[in-house]
Design a protein around this ligand. Structure first.
Ligand SMILES: *[C@@H]1O[C@H](CO)[C@@H](O)[C@H](O)[C@H]1NC(C)=O
Length: 191
């Protein structure tokens, strides 16, 4: 499951660095939402996942229940894996409803492959919609490792959220900057 960064999608969405008016999953939902995910590998294997985020415990940790059904390609068990940077589009479909699509590419040894996934998210509509119809999440510096001694799977990545229809492009009213500065990314320095 080292390739399944998607199993922690509720966490990286909840904690994503916010830029401009973008709201991450925690700001938008208060940490309470339900996510149904479909994952499809290039080789045809299918996974479905139900994830229920139940808010924060007294120590500020996100309570999350995850149910995973399906299979992953057998070849992934042995391969040296490297998940590449990816982007996801969070689209407001209605009050308290988001739909998310993404393609995640990875290197299996030296062989490129990918998985496609989508998430349907439901949260309390009284919390209101995203400030813009579409938000983009960018995930980078992704690594994952299985620690056999602790029987723990560890994921590490950086995620940044940006409101609007296009990522990595200035708003139309602004001139193109020939020397773009790096985007602010989370986990960000305070302030
Ligand atoms: C979500 O992904 C699954 C698996 O790839 C696909 O069968 C399904 O049609 C997708 N749903 C939508 C609404 O795109």
């Amino acid at each position: 499951m080292r390739v399944l960064v998607v199993t922690i999608a509720p966490i990286y969405w909840a904690l994503a660095g916010e830029s401009g008016e973008a709201l991450n999953g925690h700001s938008l939902t208060g940490g309470r939402f339900r996510q149904e995910s479909h994952v499809e590998f290039a080789t045809g294997e299918l996974l479905t996942m139900t994830q229920v985020a139940r808010g924060l415990d007294p120590d500020g940790l996100l309570l999350l229940d995850v149910v995973v059904n399906g299979g992953v390609p057998e070849s992934l068990a042995a391969a040296d894996l490297h998940v590449q940077d990816f982007e996801e589009r969070y689209v407001q479909m209605g009050p308290g409803r988001l739909f998310v699509g993404s393609t995640q590419r990875f290197l299996q040894g030296s062989l490129p492959s990918f998985l496609r996934c989508n998430h349907s998210i439901q949260y309390n509509s009284a919390r209101g919609p995203q400030p813009q119809l579409v938000q983009h999440l960018r995930a980078s510096a992704i690594s994952s490792a299985f620690d056999p001694e602790a029987e723990a799977l560890r994921f590490q990545l950086t995620t940044a959220l940006q409101a609007g229809t296009q990522l990595s492009q200035p708003p139309p009213s602004q001139p193109l900057d020939p020397f773009p500065r790096p985007q602010r990314e989370g986990p960000a320095t305070p302030g």
